[in-house]
Ligand binder design. Structure first.
Ligand code: ATP
Length: 259
């Protein structure tokens, strides 16, 4: 079990030139969503790396990450079963030669969870995130990228019950991103996306803009972008529907854009 996490705090370190970062602190609480954006090499991975391992001035950035206002206890950092952060990337793959049912059951057993039906619940949740249905009998190694990531997110929510979830550029990978965000929010997870997807970044409560290894700007969701978000949501709906039709082998005509 995790201790209850009420907040994690990122304290500033240095940029790539060794200059002190100018932000005061970034506090992330359960139920909050945050996106990290910025050009290649600007330090997005370094920032999520700091959060994932709870940096204590021991990474390239010199940042410190606190849990509930203090240094995290050692077992939270070292013991995988207590680690409160799940990192899911485009490259997250499962190499276990097991069925989905066997894999999830193994995870349930290792976490000593006794709740009936949790495996079926996890598969059902994963199926809300992907258009390609995942069945209990499917082999883990045969799942598509989108199915794997959907299952990993669902697993982190229900079985892992991880309070902090980091999703590194998974948005174009066959998952229904708005549903993932809404579900993670509803489950009270703190969620961090590394993304350049307009829908995901605008749906998040805050957008952290990275440059030269430092946090250059923090944009709060304050209503200014709501109109743009509504338009993006609509466009995204059209593109998602088109994607599903292409997957189904249909021809796409101009009529598809009519609605
Ligand atoms: N504050 C910093 N101080 C020193 N080195 C840094 C800092 N931030 C990032 N770096 C280093 O700069 C390099 C690029 O950073 P990083 O990989 O985090 O960028 P990125 O934005 O994730 O890039 P990409 O979009 O290409 O994945 C890495 O080697 C990283 O360790």
């Amino acid at each position: 079990m995790y201790p209850e996490i009420t907040e994690i705090t990122v304290l500033p370190g240095r940029d790539k030139n060794g200059m002190q970062e100018t932000f005061d602190r970034i506090v992330i609480r359960p139920g909050e969503t945050l996106s990290i954006v910025g050009p290649t090499g600007s330090g997005k991975s370094a920032l999520i790396g700091d959060i994932e391992i709870f940096a204590r001035e021991d990474t390239a950035t010199g940042r410190t990450v606190l849990v509930n206002g203090g240094m995290p206890p050692e077992d939270l950092v070292r013991d995988p079963s207590k680690k409160p952060v799940a990192l899911i990337t485009q490259n997250t793959k499962c190499l276990a030669d097991l069925s989905v049912q066997e894999f999830l059951s193994m995870h349930v057993r290792s976490r000593r969870i006794e709740r009936e039906g949790i495996v079926a619940e996890t598969i059902a949740l994963a199926n809300e995130f992907t258009g390609e249905e995942i069945t209990a009998g499917a082999r883990m190694t045969a799942l598509s990228g989108g199915q794997t990531r959907s299952l990993m997110v669902a697993d982190a929510i229900t079985i892992g019950n991880t309070p902090i979830i980091i999703l590194d550029e998974v948005e174009n990978a066959g998952i229904f991103k708005h549903r993932v965000i809404e579900t993670l929010r509803a489950y009270g997870k703190a969620v961090i996306f590394v993304t350049h997807d307009p829908l995901v970044s605008l749906m998040c409560d805050r957008r952290i803009v990275m440059r030269n290894g430092t946090v250059a700007k923090i944009i709060e969701r304050d209503g200014e972008e709501e109109k743009a978000l509504a338009a993006i949501r609509k466009m995204d709906g059209i593109l998602s529907a088109l994607r599903e039709r292409i997957r189904a082998g249909e021809s796409i005509t101009e009529a598809a854009f009519a609605s």
